[in-house]
Design a protein. Structure first.
Length: 438
């Protein structure tokens, strides 16, 4: 461990320190940190709706709530709109905040530049659908699936618009009696017109290639290479790596690959359920290598990247006050596999220290699951259908129909994730110390 820590201090820590000082990375990092209260609030509401008000929810099941409240799921309508005002428009927040953070770096008009970041993002957005004379704007890429484009728009606007603002010939001078807010708007009018026109022209040329816009290009570029991956351990590990790498650059990995995973694994999952319904056991199911079995059961505790292990590692070894405070708030959602507070709060996005264990930890635990179920056949295949909010360490136990060795293996996987994250949490302490000294 000492040798590994020494290696981290010599190589990764200096690199991470320099990267954290880079203005674009800092702008994105701070943007996600500013959205933390919103994502945290949304996560708690999602948790309540799925655990208590969903008939298959974990708490609803153990308290037998559907038996006492036959119309339990109707209560979800109380809070279902919260997601539309938080998670589902996250990309708009990020486009604004990234542009504004860069504007502050250049000591420019951060409010106008931030709003222009939103304008640029919406110019490049998927075109509206007209039906019966009414125009409908798809919401698919307003949330986490549009984060990559939102970051790019924010960075371009935040980098170049302050430079246009500094060109005196582009300013419209107003008389002194004009209110300051009006004068401020006119000062930035011509630069904003130029920036908006550039994005409009870019959108036109992109639409010639992809009628649904730049988001369609990104989606197809990701989906096409993975289309023919089969139901096997290698395909599952490839998808796990790609999914978490996407998270690291601000693209919602699970949502982006959801359609692909459904195509690949739905048939095999249904075949397993049919077998269990007929035989009453998970021993001998026809498909033992599916995404739901190897990833969701063994490698998704706390959410993508096995981040429940990261929370525990932070409590054990982190000396960073910001990490510990966020971990405290993220613990309860993390127990039920909701980890947006960590991904956007620490953040994990564009975090060079946490990127390695975030990608590596699920791969290790997928291999553990493969070893105990396929190679040695120590436990039944955990193919019983479970809701995604089931606490991570319990997934192998419940997925096998109550095998006690599977419960032990579940906690073993959690322990492996903690040990994998620990050295990197310690390295994050060094990065914070270096930044403080500078």
């Amino acid at each position: 461990m000492d040798k590994f820590n020494s290696f981290m201090e010599r190589t990764i820590v200096p690199f991470a320190t320099k990267l954290n000082e880079q203005r674009h990375v800092a702008a994105v990092r701070d943007a996600f940190m500013y959205t933390f209260p919103i994502t945290m609030a949304a996560s708690l509401v999602i948790l309540i709706n799925n655990l208590i008000f969903y008939k298959s929810g974990f708490i609803a099941q153990i308290l037998f709530l559907p038996k006492f409240f036959p119309n339990l799921e109707k209560a979800q309508q109380l809070f279902i709109s919260v997601t539309n005002g938080t998670m589902n428009i996250l990309s708009i927040f990020i486009a604004y905040l990234v542009a504004r953070n860069l504007a502050k770096h250049f000591k420019s008009d951060d409010m106008l530049i931030g709003m222009t970041g939103i304008a640029a993002f919406m110019i490049l957005y998927t075109p509206a659908v007209v039906k019966d004379g009414v125009s409908y704007l798809p919401t698919t890429y307003l949330g986490a699936q549009g984060l990559f484009v939102a970051m790019i728009c924010g960075m371009i606007v935040g980098e170049f618009l302050p430079k246009l603002f500094n060109i005196k010939k582009l300013r419209i001078k107003m008389p002194e009696m004009v209110p300051p807010a009006v004068a401020r708007s006119f000062n930035g009018l011509i630069p904003i017109v130029i920036m908006i026109m550039i994005f409009a022209m870019a959108n036109f040329f992109i639409s010639l290639i992809a009628p649904q816009g730049i988001n369609e290009i990104i989606y197809k570029t990701i989906q096409t290479p993975l289309r023919h991956v089969g139901v096997n351990i290698f395909g599952i590990m490839i998808i796990a790596v790609v999914q978490n790498v996407l998270w690291l650059v601000g693209i919602h990995g699970p949502n982006t690959l959801n359609a692909l995973r459904s195509i690949m694994f739905t048939e095999s999952d249904l075949a397993n359920q049919t077998f269990i319904n007929s035989h009453g056991t998970a021993w001998g199911v026809p498909y033992r290598e599916t995404w739901g079995i190897l990833n969701d059961v063994f490698a998704n505790m706390g959410g993508s990247g096995m981040t429940l292990g990261l929370i525990i590692a932070i409590f054990i070894a982190s000396r960073r006050k910001d990490y510990r405070e966020i971990a405290k708030l993220a613990l309860v959602p993390g127990l039920f596999n909701i980890n947006e507070p960590l991904i956007f709060g620490l953040p994990i996005v564009l975090n060079p220290i946490l990127a390695i264990p975030f990608v590596l930890t699920p791969v290790i635990n997928i291999l553990v699951g493969y070893t105990v179920t396929v190679i040695f056949n120590w436990i039944p295949t955990p193919a019983f259908g479970l809701t995604w909010t089931t606490p991570g360490p319990l997934m192998p136990f419940l997925g096998t129909g109550g095998n006690w060795l599977a419960l032990i293996i579940g906690f073993l996987c959690l322990g492996i994730s903690v040990l994998t994250y620990l050295p990197f949490v310690i390295a994050a302490n060094k990065v914070a110390l270096n930044n403080a000294q500078k």
